[in-house]
Design a protein around this ligand. Structure first.
Ligand code: TXA
Ligand code: MG
Length: 330
């Protein structure tokens, strides 16, 4: 059966009227509002329960809109856009003076991204064609601190009644949030790792960009130590210790959810196993759905097999660390 055509006309009318619309991107679902309308943007913060100093990404239909939102765009930023847009890369640039501070969390920079999802792009094109400024501000469509949604059903579960329209574009291909590169202060710096890894950026930049260690500064909300988190407590367990750990839990009478990638499920154990792909891209694609599934399964603990210590796994490792730090807070 063909999926229903998303109701773009209704989405554009709602956005123009200052209402929220959730929409799919290739990374995660976004909770969108007209980025030029501070009252509309305020509704995003209210729906998510997100602190007002956490800046939002403005989504655009194409490069040609960039200078409407940003000024003093360095050459290197244009090169990154040429190479990776539409795609899972957000660039931090100096904002144009008119861009509302509600969007930028009070900062003089703005995060811009052209997403690589046909539904998102069609929505952005139609929204831009309808007049106004054409930018859609959108954080991930989850309650603050929780797991980002990668299907329309997840958005419904997270925000339900608070969003008048959720456009369904199927499961997100990438599954974790975009790579964020700050181009607003000289040499580009990675603020949030993602599917586009430092070695991909190196091909354009000519050298490997620095990665700013995230320490909870609110500039990047995804950089808070506790984020992307399930309500069930989570533990990372080294692959070689996993079976002992699970046996001990069994003896305590605890039923765990287990997210593995190399250790196959053990017969006779009461635990709920979910095997994810053993490659970082496949793993990222399924991770958030797996965490959500475990959260619903009524297990007392989620044991996650620790990931390989390899640059290819850096972005998923980052999300897992934060999920562990934020887990268990019902
Ligand atoms: O993949 C994504 O980026 C998804 C989809 C919907 O595009 N969006 C997303 O938004 O992850 P959110 O709000 O959950 O995370 C956006 C991140 C935040 O950590 C925010 O602090 C950072 O981008 N950010 C936005 N503008 C910024 C700025 N001017 N300076 C520094 N960080 C900024
Ligand atoms: Mg988020």
């Amino acid at each position: 059966m063909r999926p229903m055509m998303p109701d773009f006309d209704r989405a554009v009318s709602l956005l123009r009227a200052g209402e929220l619309v959730a929409f799919p991107t290739e990374t995660v679902y976004g909770l969108g509002a007209d980025a030029a309308n501070p009252e509309a943007v305020a509704k995003i913060f209210a729906a998510k329960g997100r602190p007002a100093d956490h800046p939002l990404i403005v989504h655009l239909a194409g490069h040609d809109a960039v200078e409407h939102w940003a000024e003093q765009v360095p050459d290197v930023a244009w090169e990154l856009m040429e190479t990776f847009w539409p795609g899972p890369l957000t660039l931090i640039l100096k904002k144009q003076p008119w861009v509302p501070l509600t969007v930028t969390g009070g900062q003089n920079t703005v995060g811009l991204r052209v997403p690589g999802h046909p539904v998102a792009l069609e929505l952005l094109r139609r929204f831009a064609a309808s007049g106004g400024h054409g930018g859609i501000a959108a954080p991930s469509a989850n309650r603050f601190g929780r797991i980002s949604p990668t299907t329309a059903a997840h958005v419904q579960e997270e925000l339900g009644d608070q969003v008048p329209l959720i456009l369904d574009g199927g499961a997100c291909a990438v599954g974790i949030e975009s790579t964020i590169v700050d181009c607003s202060r000289g040499e580009p710096v990675v603020l949030r790792p993602g599917h586009i890894a430092p070695q991909h950026l190196q091909a354009v930049l000519g050298r490997c960009p620095e990665i700013e260690s995230a320490n909870g500064a609110p500039r990047v909300s995804g950089s808070l130590a506790a984020h992307y988190a399930p309500q069930t407590p989570m533990r990372l367990v080294a692959g070689e210790r996993l079976l002992d750990f699970l046996n001990a839990q069994r003896h305590k009478g605890d039923r765990c959810g287990v997210i593995g990638h190399s250790q196959p499920p053990q017969a006779g154990m009461p635990h709920l196993w979910r095997m994810l792909p053993a490659d970082a891209t496949g793993y990222a694609h399924e991770l958030y759905a797996a965490l959500r599934e475990m959260d619903h399964a009524g297990v007392s603990l989620i044991a996650v097999e620790a990931l390989p210590n390899d640059p290819a796994w850096a972005a998923v490792s980052d999300r897992l660390r934060r999920a562990v730090a934020g887990s268990g807070q019902a």
